[in-house]
Design a protein around this ligand. Structure first.
Ligand SMILES: *[C@@H]1O[C@H](CO)[C@@H](O)[C@H](O)[C@H]1NC(C)=O
Ligand SMILES: *[C@@H]1O[C@H](CO)[C@@H](O)[C@H](O)[C@H]1NC(C)=O
Ligand SMILES: *[C@@H]1O[C@H](CO)[C@@H](O)[C@H](O)[C@H]1NC(C)=O
Ligand SMILES: *[C@@H]1O[C@H](CO)[C@@H](O)[C@H](O)[C@H]1NC(C)=O
Ligand SMILES: *[C@@H]1O[C@H](CO)[C@@H](O)[C@H](O)[C@H]1NC(C)=O
Length: 553
């Protein structure tokens, strides 16, 4: 290393006391180095002690605070007694499904071992979260917020808020994950959750302090097991500004729906006469009985707290049924004129004018397979493989996964399978999700955002295109599909790799509601590193790839 290079690293290395976080910079990008210890702990947010998963002893785990184009190096140390992986929900992981952290791309980190994820937040901004990806680990916590901040040279389409809060909300079970697995393995549905947490805390336990007159950005994510939630702050309006990396048309709401796995940002101005405090209320949607999570919003200097129960929570819930929820969803749109990660306007990619090369139709349902209730996608219930599909593909190992058409097949008996849809790099594809079961679904695609072009009741047909929003549809990575309804999304396949398409309901995914999409150029040539990064030098090998050599196939 020459002296000049060393000086740059020394000058930009910052070691924070008491943590192993530090930064270096190369000629182009900042590198962020983190060590995260994953461990069990006991917490009782609802008064019942249960085993949870923490990151560095915390639940929620530490904020992953990046700026566009930062390269993150996250050394995850697994002290659990089970294999473990984290995934980066909503980050695009450009050219790098190698670091996506799902069972189809990565060998798990074994107990007592560690592994370093390396990925770049390339050309993105926004609010996301990380969570465990194996089994039902995520129902035990292990999650934390991710922010990707704008580079200083790129304008943000609103006045800089005075401060920001990460608000992770989710349903919560008092039972251990093993017991939850027991229900599902015996073919039974999970019972209702026991409550709703805000930043890992039970009702009235979390506090958010506002200075009168100031404006705050709240980055809200639903990190729960399976319940759709409605978010509001008593007496305050929510100005929606961002959803999963896209700046929205700014619009005021009294409450906003946040479905499992979704993230959004709202601006809240502390413009109320200081009562002692206000409630932040998170209520469950579409389930009986209604559940409430509550936190306190305090005005600095106002003194005192509104006692629990001072206002009936029922009056602070949205009572949205499916129809009103769908109406609200249609109002969440992209701001076409502002730039996001790059200066060019978000609307400059005129997705409505691009011809679709293909329509995938993914119908989720339930079926009894081998005497057990399973969730299916086009009749196939996903069965995990001992060899990550990405490695099987890379090393040409046969018999690990089966390529499927991406359309429902007549006369197919529901069965288990390790299904992969083959897709061509740079195609522009429509994915239609059709929901055949009486509960709301949320679907998430790793590696991408998609344009949420349309939603409707009943069965989808090609004529539905006349109802699509082909101008300013929101561009996000997790979308809801209402019961007996469909949602159509459009996606530009500009990111090579093996990408997980999954239900964000942890129980449904556990029961097989997921699939992978292999986006490739279809030739047997080694991918150009400008299209896909080479296998990382630290890649873990397992299953049929255990004795393969890292690097080229
Ligand atoms: C996150 O990073 C940005 C940019 O480096 C910095 O300004 C901000 O203070 C950081 N926020 C937190 C909570 O660390
Ligand atoms: C495991 O952690 C050690 C010590 O921090 C580090 O040197 C090593 O690179 C890590 N291993 C992997 C595979 O990331
Ligand atoms: C929702 O709207 C659909 C179509 O407009 C209608 O058929 C259905 O009855 C409505 N459901 C409820 C619960 O209002
Ligand atoms: C869209 O973004 C621009 C900044 O480019 C901003 O001035 C405008 O208020 C935004 N419009 C809406 C409806 O959010
Ligand atoms: C889309 O398809 C139409 C009709 O097939 C064709 O005329 C048009 O040129 C195509 N547009 C693009 C951008 O490829």
């Amino acid at each position: 290393m020459d002296a000049e290079h060393l000086a740059v690293i020394l000058a930009t290395t910052l070691v924070l006391l008491g943590s192993s976080k530090h930064y270096t910079a190369d000629a182009e990008n900042r590198h962020v180095f983190l060590d995260w210890e994953v461990s069990y702990a006991v917490r009782s947010p609802l008064g019942v002690a249960r085993r949870v998963i923490t990151i560095d002893g915390r639940l929620p785990g530490p904020l992953l605070n990046l700026t566009t184009n930062d390269v993150a190096h996250i050394n995850v140390v697994n002290t659990l007694d089970e294999p473990f992986l984290l995934t980066w929900n909503g980050l695009q992981m450009r050219r790098n499904s190698w670091n996506d952290g799902v069972a189809g791309t990565n060998c798990a980190i074994s107990p007592t071992e560690n592994w370093t994820y390396v990925f770049q937040a390339k050309d993105e901004v926004g609010s996301f979260f990380y969570r465990p990806s194996l089994g039902l680990h995520a129902a035990a916590g292990g999650h934390g917020p991710i922010r990707v901040n704008n580079r200083p040279v790129i304008a943000v389409p609103f006045a800089q808020p005075d401060s920001e809060f990460d608000v992770l909300i989710g349903d919560w079970y008092n039972m251990d994950v093993k017991e939850m697995r027991g229900y599902l393995d015996r073919g039974r549905d999970l019972p209702s959750p026991d409550g709703i947490l805000i930043n890992g805390l039970g009702p009235y336990a979390a506090d958010f302090t506002f200075q009168p007159g100031r404006t705050y950005r709240l980055r809200v994510s639903n990190v729960g097991t399976r319940t759709s939630l409605s978010f509001r702050i008593q007496g305050h309006k929510l100005l929606l500004v961002e959803a999963e990396g896209t700046y929205t048309r700014q619009k005021h709401y009294a409450s906003l729906d946040v479905h499992p796995g979704q993230s959004l940002s709202v601006l809240v101005t502390a413009d109320q006469l200081p009562k002692p405090s206000y409630y932040m209320v998170v209520s469950s949607l579409f389930v009986e009985p209604e559940l409430f999570g509550v936190a306190n919003v305090l005005y600095a200097g106002s003194g005192g707290l509104q006692p629990p129960g001072a206002a009936p929570l029922e009056d602070l819930s949205s009572h949205n049924g499916y129809n009103r929820s769908m109406e609200q969803a249609r109002t969440v749109r992209m701001n076409l004129t502002c730039g996001a990660a790059r200066p060019n306007p978000q609307g400059s990619f005129r997705y409505g004018r691009i011809n679709m090369s293909r329509t995938l139709l993914l119908r989720n349902d339930e079926a009894e397979i081998g005497g057990r209730r399973r969730c299916t996608v086009n009749g196939v219930s996903f069965a995990g493989a001992a060899t990550p599909l990405k490695l099987a593909d890379h090393f040409d190992l046969a018999g690990v996964f089966a390529v499927v058409s991406g359309r429902p097949e007549r006369r197919r008996q529901p069965s288990l399978g390790t299904a992969v849809i083959d897709a061509r790099y740079r195609d522009f594809v429509q994915i239609v999700f059709e929901n055949r079961v009486p509960s709301l679904q949320t679907w998430h695609l790793d590696g991408y955002n998609f344009f949420v072009a349309g939603m409707g009741w009943g069965k989808w047909s090609p004529d539905a295109r006349s109802t699509y929003n082909l101008v300013d549809a929101i561009y996000r990575s997790t979308v809801q599909v209402y019961p007996s309804a469909w949602t159509a999304v459009l996606v530009s396949l500009d990111n090579e790799g093996m990408w997980n398409l999954r239900s964000q309901s942890l129980d449904r995914r556990y029961l097989g509601q997921e699939i992978y999409m292999r986006v490739s150029q279809g030739s047997s040539e080694v991918p150009d590193p400008r299209d896909e990064l080479p296998m990382p030098p630290n890649a873990l090998l397992c299953g049929k790839a255990k004795s393969s050599k890292i690097g080229r196939a």
